[in-house]
Write a protein that binds this ligand. Sequence first.
Ligand code: NI
Length: 192
Amino acid sequence: MTILTIRTVGDPVLRTVSEPITVFDDDLRRLVADMLETMYDVGGVGLAGPQVGLNKQIFTFGNIDGREGHIINPVLEVGDEPQEGGEGCLSVPGQKSDTPRMAWARVTGVDMYGQPLVLEGEGLFARMLQHETDHLHGKLFIDRLVGEDRKRVMRAIRAAEFDATAQKTQAERAARVSGAFGAGSSFGSFGK
Ligand code: NI
């Protein structure tokens, strides 16, 4: 099995609507195993196709109400009652926030053999079903936030992106400067 690379916010694959899966072969079953292994490796309770760079309608889950599994081509239904609770996402590292969700949810789809599959639950399980189905529609939990929670998280994400860009620019400048003046030059820090 293989640990897959998890994509993070800013990657367009997370903002693309996923395609239904039409071929139920050994490659698909290997993907389910790899996604479960990847999810456990990083301590997640859910992982959707786009998060591993695949715009395919699939997600896995585990360590949640003692349940583990996967579903393909899920269609979501939710109840009328809201629930309160916190949420995070492997693709939005370091950020957690109260996120409005419905208390009950059900997804109807198929398993990796193409057999009908229904998953249903309340509380955290319902939250996971809504979070993972959102991924397949190009949505992240940060899109569901309101008020101060939204401001705080968006600010943190912008700051993280700024830091990443600044670090990349510095690394590029350092490479150019050392190229121009020779490796080990005392001008290596110029322009920082
Ligand atoms: Ni997520």
